[in-house]
Design a protein around this ligand. Structure first.
Ligand SMILES: Nc1ncnc2c1ncn2[C@@H]1O[C@H](COP(=O)(O)OP(=O)(O)OP(=O)(O)O)[C@@H](O)[C@H]1O
Ligand SMILES: [Mg+2]
Length: 259
């Protein structure tokens, strides 16, 4: 028996192509063009690139909201390239949490009820749902706003409710599309600080789409896209920002035994 040291990938994307039909042309539009990368457990990664470069398309595939035209996707070591909608939904509920630019909270429900929502479809008692939603809101510093509705909260607080909702199902990965896009700089930094805390304290893997070079600079790594292809050093080449070498993190090694 030999012992191999490998990194533990949460996401492994291999040679993914995404073509969109029906854009008024006979030729499908290639939004992702032979993309391959991995994301390690506990990494904080930004996906960056010009508008239309394929970021949301990539996020939808990682988030099991869409399927690649070809190529493979492994999530937590499981091949999820060809799941049907029902299987996708199951894995999504089990492993992923989503945060969106415009929060997507239900206006008539309190913060607590909004956070309970993802648990309603599972086999969890009402009392436990409330307890877990309360704990998630406490984790994001909103224990004093449990009964407030979204319109009674600031932008940053709304985003923190959305983050609590994404966390309440104990996901292995948090996916965020422009989470600070609707927030002012200072509130955006607070949300970012919260992500960093969750990453350090709970080891949660974070993937954010952002146009904000400052957000990108604070991640462990930036995956750059340009015209549907991976682009090296996008922070410098497109956003004109140099990445400090000190924040490039080496993934933790995991020991596995092999025959
Ligand atoms: N359903 C679709 N049908 C046809 N084309 C699509 C579809 N969805 C996306 N596209 C095209 O694929 C390309 C990538 O779109 P995507 O939404 O991934 O870009 P993005 O990088 O997220 O851009 P932005 O920064 O503006 O959000 C774009 O040219 C877009 O027009
Ligand atoms: Mg987008």
């Amino acid at each position: 028996m030999t012992t191999d040291y490998i990194t533990e990938s949460v996401v492994r994307i291999e040679d993914v192509i995404k073509d969109f039909e029906g854009n008024g042309s006979d030729v499908p539009f290639r939004a992702l063009d032979h993309v391959s990368f991995e994301i390690q457990r506990g990494e904080m990664v930004a996906i960056m690139g010009p508008s239309g470069s394929g970021k949301s398309t990539m996020m939808n595939i990682i988030g099991l909201l869409d399927v690649p035209t070809s190529g493979r996707y492994w999530l937590d070591g499981e091949d999820v390239s060809n799941l049907d909608r029902k299987q996708q939904a199951h894995v999504r509920n089990d492993k992923l949490g989503f945060v969106f630019q415009n929060f997507n909270l239900l206006p008539r429900l309190s913060a607590l009820k909004n956070v309970e929502l993802p648990l309603v479809y599972g086999r969890i008692s009402a009392a436990e749902r409330t307890e877990r939603a309360r704990a998630a809101l406490t984790a994001v510093g909103l224990e004093s706003k449990l009964n407030n509705r979204p319109n009674e909260l600031s932008g940053g607080q709304k985003q923190r409710v959305a983050i609590a909702r994404a966390l309440v199902g104990n996901p292995s990965m948090l996916l965020a599309d422009e989470p600070t896009g609707a927030l002012d700089t200072r509130t955006g930094s607070e949300v970012l600080e919260l992500f960093r805390e969750l990453n350090h304290e709970q080891g949660i893997t974070l993937v954010v789409i952002t146009h904000d070079a400052e957000v990108g600079r604070q991640m462990d790594r930036v995956i750059g896209l340009r015209d549907g292809q991976l682009a090296d050093n996008i922070l410098e080449s497109y956003y004109g920002v140099a990445l400090e070498p000190s924040i490039t993190k080496v993934p933790e090694m995991v020991e596995i035994a092999r025959d």
